[in-house]
Design a binder for this molecule. Structure first.
Ligand SMILES: NC(=O)c1ccc[n+]([C@@H]2O[C@H](COP(=O)([O-])OP(=O)(O)OC[C@H]3O[C@@H](n4cnc5c(N)ncnc54)[C@H](OP(=O)(O)O)[C@@H]3O)[C@@H](O)[C@H]2O)c1
Length: 287
C-alpha cells in the first residue's frame, strides 16, 4: 500500500495529521529530523529515503529556510511517484502582505515558495492557508511565561481569529484523502477575532490560574527574549508577527474550514479548555 508522507510530523499540525490518517486506515510515513525515517531539509541524503513508496505528500516547509528551495524537493517527490501534494502555508493580511517585511519575512516567504512548488509540481495540489495557530500558546516563549504566570505581550490592539491545529489537520487530511479539493486554496481561521490579552484571559479562565499580563513595546519584548537566552535574530523573528498584527489587518474571518469539511471551526475557548485539561500550562509540566 502506498503511504502518505507527512512532513513536520512532530509539529503542531503534523502530529494531528498523522493520528487522523491512521484512524482512517491509511499507511503513513511521519518524518522530521527526529523520526525513525529521518528527514532534514538541510541534508539532501535524507530526501529520497523519506519519499520511497509515497504517493501523497503533506508538505511543511519549516526548516527549509536558508537551506533548500521547496521546488527541488517537490520535483524529486513527483519523480519518485507522488501524485498529490497538500501544502501547509499561511494566511496573509487584508491587503499588503506586511509580514514579509518583518524579520519573520524569510519564513513567510518559505510558505509562498512551498505553495508555488506544489502548484508547479505537476501533481494534484491543495493549499492550506491558516492564520495564527491557537497551539502557539503551547510553545516557547509563550509556554514558559504562561507556566510562570506572567506574560509579556507587545502592546497594540490588533486581533487574530486563532485557528485550532486540529481543524487545520482535519482540512489537510480531507485534501490528502478525498477527491474534490484539488486546485483549491483554503484560507482558515477560527470563528472569532481575539486580541492577545483576550486570548491569554481565556487561558487564565480555562486553567483557573491568575496570569499577569505585562504590556511591553516591541523593542522591550525583544530585549526580554534576549535576556531569556534567545540570540538577537531569533528574538526579532519572534517579534515579527506582532509588528504585523499591530497593523490591524489580521482580524478578518475566513471560511476554509467550512468549505473544506462542512462544519464550523472550533472556538479558542474550546481549545483553551482542552489544552488546560492536559496540564500543559501547569507550572513544572514537562515540555
Ligand atoms: N505557527 C503558526 O501560528 C503558523 C501560522 C500560519 C502558518 N504557519 C506555517 O506553518 C508551518 C509550520 O510552522 P510551525 O511553527 O507550526 O511549526 P511546527 O510544524 O509545529 O514545527 C516544525 C516541524 O518541522 C520539523 N522540522 C524543523 N526543522 C526541520 C528540518 N530542518 N528538516 C525537517 N523537519 C524540520 C520539526 O520537527 P523536528 O524538530 O523533529 O525536526 C517539526 O515537526 C510553517 O511553515 C509556518 O510558517 C504557522
Amino acid at each position: 500500500m502506498s503511504a502518505v508522507l507527512v512532513m513536520g510530523a512532530t509539529g503542531k499540525v503534523g502530529r494531528h495529521v498523522v493520528v487522523r490518517l491512521r484512524e482512517l486506515g491509511h499507511a503513513v510515513r511521519p518524518v522530521s529530523r527526529s523520526s525513525p525515517v529521518r528527514f532534514d531539509w538541510a541534508d539532501r541524503s535524507t530526501w529520497q529515503p523519506a519519499l520511497a513508496g509515497a504517493d501523497t505528500l503533506y508538505l511543511n516547509v519549516w526548516g527549509a529556510v536558508g537551506t533548500a528551495d521547496p521546488a527541488e524537493f517537490t520535483e524529486l517527490a513527483v519523480r519518485s511517484g507522488v501524485r498529490r501534494i497538500v501544502a501547509l502555508s499561511g494566511r496573509g493580511d487584508d491587503g499588503e502582505d506586511y509580514l514579509l517585511k518583518t524579520p519573520y519575512g524569510p519564513w513567510a516567504q518559505a510558505v509562498l515558495d512551498g505553495e508555488r512548488a506544489a502548484g508547479e509540481s505537476g501533481a494534484e495540489w491543495t493549499i492550506v492557508r491558516p492564520c495564527w495557530f491557537a497551539q502557539t500558546f503551547e510553545e516557547d516563549p509563550k509556554l514558559s511565561e504562561l507556566r510562570d504566570g506572567e506574560v509579556a505581550i507587545p502592546v497594540g490592539d490588533g486581533t487574530v481569529p486563532f485557528v485550532d491545529a486540529t481543524d487545520i489537520a482535519a482540512v489537510a487530511v480531507a485534501a490528502l484523502t478525498e477527491d474534490g479539493h484539488q486546485e483549491q486554496s483554503y484560507e482558515l481561521s477560527g470563528p472569532r477575532p481575539l486580541t492577545f490579552p483576550e486570548a491569554v484571559a481565556e487561558i487564565a479562565r480555562a486553567t483557573g490560574r491568575e496570569i499577569r499580563q505585562m504590556p511591553v513595546e516591541i523593542p522591550e519584548y525583544v530585549r526580554r527574549l534576549i535576556g531569556g537566552g534567545y540570540d538577537r535574530a531569533a528574538a526579532e523573528m519572534q517579534a515579527g508577527p506582532f509588528e504585523w498584527l499591530h497593523r490591524g489587518k489580521t482580524g478578518f474571518l475566513s471560511d476554509g474550514v467550512q468549505r473544506a469539511i462542512g462544519r464550523e471551526p472550533r472556538d479558542f475557548a474550546d481549545y483553551a479548555k482542552r489544552a488546560a485539561a492536559t496540564g500543559v500550562w501547569s507550572a513544572g509540566s514537562p515540555k
